[in-house]
Ligand binder design. Structure first.
Ligand code: HEM
Length: 139
């Protein structure tokens, strides 16, 4: 029951974080083509004001719930080494932890994004993570 609860927490928190990245990259960025630079800067500032209230916290929740799910799912490493599920899960967790670390450093400690500045790269990483999370049980 607790596992199910944590899984739901994980799904909803990644839904909020991923939803923001989808909205920003696919829709909000396109507004830029239709308004002046000053108007866009004002709209972006307002948009980010609301985003900052919710999204960084849900990223932290995603990482914490993800660590719990990882702990419950990973299992023991056999004598032959890691199985395919464990390998894909490690890759998924690495990307998730990296996104989490990057986001937390940026928002709470004002340390600029590790490696990439735009939201396009996290967007791509989230798509990869979602795909990995769906295939890992079947590899
Ligand atoms: C922003 C980062 C993350 C995203 C977008 C994300 C996304 C997802 C999604 C979509 C699922 C599939 C849920 C389902 O199909 O029922 C999932 C499951 C899972 N995630 Fe994450 N995740 C993130 C971070 C993490 C982290 C950091 C870890 C571990 C350290 C992690 C560990 C897991 C595990 C173990 C599962 C499998 C749960 C199960 O099948 O019961 N995730 N994640």
């Amino acid at each position: 029951m607790f596992y199910l609860f944590m899984k739901l927490v994980h799904i909803f928190s990644v839904f909020i974080y991923g939803g923001f990245l989808f909205t920003d990259n696919l829709f909000f960025a396109r507004i830029q083509e239709k308004v002046t630079q000053q108007e866009y800067a004002k709209m972006r500032e307002l948009f980010m004001t609301f985003v900052r209230k919710v999204v960084p916290k849900s990223l932290i929740v995603a990482v914490i719930s993800g660590i719990y799910l990882f702990y419950e799912n990973f299992g023991v490493i056999a004598d032959e080494g890691l199985n395919s599920f464990q390998i894909v899960l490690i890759i998924k967790a690495f990307f998730g932890l990296w996104l989490g670390l990057r986001g937390i450093l940026q928002v709470f400690f004002k340390i600029n994004p590790l490696v990439f500045k735009s939201h396009r790269f996290p967007f791509l990483v989230v798509i990869i993570i979602i795909a990995l999370s769906q295939v890992m049980h079947f590899v």
